[in-house]
Design a protein around this ligand. Structure first.
Ligand SMILES: Cc1cc2nc3c(=O)[nH]c(=O)nc-3n(C[C@H](O)[C@H](O)[C@H](O)COP(=O)(O)O)c2cc1C
Length: 193
């Protein structure tokens, strides 16, 4: 499938909001890999920097978050695993906007202990299905993540994760362009509804 020359707009969502999170290291690596892959225009949204009220009735940074989700063609959600689940604040962020997720692909980079965040990802697939988003089969799963990176934030054995990232991004970009072509412009969607 040939694509227009403009880049696909991808949002990387950094889900951990713990002050001493390992997620910053993983986010720096993921950002570098996405940029190196090419073909996308990347917006990194760090949930730690957004005030999204738990009441889910707007306020705080909800409109700022909405506009960034709205502008995106595709998403990479970077999530850890806490007690076999994904972070609660990520759920608040997902639920804070609704229509803006629709008909867009969502891919995952997960990290954690023995399961590398895979349980978080499987739960998130259910959540995004309800929002009419399409989750991408290929994902990046970083097991015992704290052993994988050196103090400088470099992977000791990058071949596997880099390969998984390329496969995930290839598929995300394919879905991104495909669904972007299928989504009606906002004005048409309003007329149709
Ligand atoms: C409260 C808590 C619960 C955790 N539960 C799990 C778990 O169930 N499975 C797992 O693989 N790792 C678990 N971990 C390990 C985290 O996934 C790991 O520490 C990861 O780096 C957390 O991401 P963050 O530092 O970016 O917040 C847990 C960590 C915390 C703090």
């Amino acid at each position: 499938m040939s694509h227009p020359t403009a880049d696909l707009r991808v949002v990387l969502v950094v889900a951990s909001v713990r002050p001493d999170r390992f997620g910053s290291t993983v986010a720096a690596w993921a950002t570098a890999r996405i940029v190196a892959h090419g073909g996308t225009c990347l917006d990194v949204v760090d949930l730690m920097e957004l005030d999204l009220p738990a009441g889910l009735d707007g306020g705080g940074d909800t409109e700022r978050w909405r506009s960034r989700v709205d502008a995106a063609d595709a998403f990479v959600v970077l999530t850890p695993e806490y007690n076999h689940g994904y972070p609660g604040y990520l759920k608040t962020a997902i639920d804070s906007v609704v229509d803006e997720w629709q008909a867009k692909p969502v891919a995952f980079v997960s990290y954690g202990g023995g399961a590398g965040g895979a349980r978080s990802v499987e739960q998130l697939r259910q959540v995004f299905a309800e929002l009419d988003a399409v989750t991408v089969r290929e994902s990046v799963t970083l097991v015992r993540v704290w052993d994988m990176f050196d103090d400088g934030g470099c992977l000791g054995s990058p071949a596997g994760p880099d390969r998984a990232m390329r496969a995930m991004l290839d598929r995300l970009i394919w879905w991104g362009w495909t669904l972007r072509a299928a989504r009606p412009p906002a004005a048409l969607a309003e007329v149709a509804s």
